[in-house]
Ligand binder design. Structure first.
Ligand SMILES: [Zn+2]
Length: 464
């Protein structure tokens, strides 16, 4: 059996690994490379395998760096099944449609800017390729072995990373012998709101593991739930607004879930709450449809409340006009809007109208990269620039960290230990992490493996 690392090798984007035997060609994930525009475009526009000759794709989860190039694969001739959990299939359909829209808009913008001085930038795919590829999804239940062909059986276990995320176990028949290959996808953390813990799986011959935070220990999760209740209560007493920049997939639903819990417990101030992002709204409806895969706490709450993402003061905003009308709304309210780092999306409009008033609060709940508007707010700079204008930052700024969706080195070690105690690990490969992260984790993982851990380079192949 040969494994070729076609992405997320020595970096964190473009997850894509090809498994080949004499009779099987299987792609694990088909993610987008992200980063510098020209370089990523070149990598995304050419597949290093022949899409028409693949027997199928197994998708670990719906993040765009794992699923984003599936419509590109379709465009290049792929017509075979894509196996994933049902929740992943539903979230992916939304994420891919959004990606097609962004690319079409970007291409239009670039064409205007370049004004014929360069050849036009083509989107990598459009909505018709998305429509084509979503028809290829074949959802698989968690926890059961599925015989996909005489040469392949697959089991998906909960990875605890985002809704529907899976660890992929594969039994692959090759030249008369059967090998167990495990792909972590992205592993989540233990004890996170809404999601179940990453599930331990038995040992394997070959492990392909992510290593995003292979050299880091996350700070203990800040108590978002109690901070959220305190901030919403205090700000509503001041008559101010709470602005929460949040990514559409994951964080937005965690916050809505907590607010709904406050409502059910009778402690939520009676003020309006708005989710102002069409993408968040669409994804939240998938969470509502797949509440069966949420954790025990969520299941318990569901016995009292049939929809964890709906309560009477909550409105999901769709149109731009409705969104803009909030800027002139009087009285206290809460708005959750994308993007999470305040660089794009509707949240910038809300910040523009909120930062100068000290009754308001900006609640930051995720990592803010350097040079982003979010980081400037976290640093409590005196003035912040939004849409080419400076505004004084007088609003309260609250930061609750430690909600990363990725396992840290302690979580990974815990997971490897469980695996090693159940029949051990033969050969391991570390992907989806930068070099220093991979090297640090290799020294940990080596203790659990029969052979030295390998950190593959991009496009490198290994016989296993
Ligand atoms: Zn992910």
């Amino acid at each position: 059996m040969k494994i070729t690392f076609l992405g997320a090798a020595g970096e964190v984007t473009g997850s894509q690994h090809l498994i080949e035997t004499d009779t099987l060609r299987l792609l694990l994930d088909c993610g987008f490379f992200q980063g510098r525009r020209v370089e990523s475009y070149a990598k995304n526009s050419q597949f290093k395998c022949d899409p028409g000759k693949l027997d199928g794709v197994i998708l670990s989860h719906a993040h765009i760096d794992h699923a984003g190039n599936l419509p590109g694969l379709f465009r290049a001739g792929f017509r075979k099944p894509i196996f994933s959990t049902a929740a992943t299939a539903d979230v992916a359909a939304i994420m891919l449609a959004d990606s097609a829209k962004i690319q079409t808009e970007d291409a239009r913008y670039m064409a205007k800017r370049l004004k014929g001085s360069h050849p036009p930038v083509e989107p990598l795919y459009d909505q018709k390729h998305v429509d084509g590829v979503v028809k290829l999804f074949e959802p698989l239940d968690y926890h059961e072995w599925h015989e996909l062909s005489p040469m392949l059986r697959v089991r998906l276990s909960d990875a605890g990373h985002i809704l529907g995320s899976a660890i992929v176990e594969m039994d692959i028949e090759d030249k008369g012998s059967r090998k167990r290959v495990v792909f972590t996808g992205d592993l989540g953390r233990r004890g996170m709101p809404l999601l179940r813990n990453p599930q331990p799986v038995p040992g394997c011959d070959v492990l392909i593991s992510e290593c995003t935070y292979g050299s880091r220990v996350h700070p203990p999760p800040g108590d978002l739930k109690s901070a959220l209740l305190r901030i919403v209560t205090e700000t509503s007493i001041r008559g101010g607004r709470v602005i929460i920049p949040a990514f559409s997939l994951g964080r937005t639903q965690q916050i809505v879930y907590f607010l709904n819990e406050f409502y059910e417990a009778g402690v939520m101030p009676e003020i309006p709450v708005y989710v102002d992002s069409p993408l968040s709204t669409r994804i939240t409806s998938v969470y509502s449809r797949h509440q069966e895969v949420l954790n025990m706490n969520a299941q318990k709450l569901m016995s009292l409340d049939d929809d964890l993402f709906e309560f009477p003061y909550l409105t999901y905003i769709r149109s731009n006009r409705e969104s803009a009308s909030l800027n002139y709304r009087k009285g206290p309210f809460v708005v959750i809007a994308a993007s999470g780092m305040c660089e794009n999306g509707r949240v910038r409009h809300h910040l523009k109208h909120a930062v100068a008033d000290d009754r308001n609060t900006v609640l930051i709940v995720g990592y803010q990269a350097q040079n982003t508007l979010g980081r400037k707010i976290v640093e409590r700079q005196e003035r912040v620039r939004i849409f080419d204008r400076d505004y004084p930052l007088r609003a309260q700024v609250e930061v609750v960290n430690g909600l990363s969706a990725h396992a840290d080195v302690e979580d990974l070690k815990w997971w490897y230990e469980q695996m090693a105690s159940q029949t051990g690990i033969g050969q391991a490969f570390l992907v989806h992490g930068e070099r220093d992260s991979a090297e640090a984790l290799a020294s940990v993982l080596n203790d659990y493996c029969d052979e030295d851990v390998i950190i593959p380079d991009l496009y490198e192949s290994y016989e296993v």
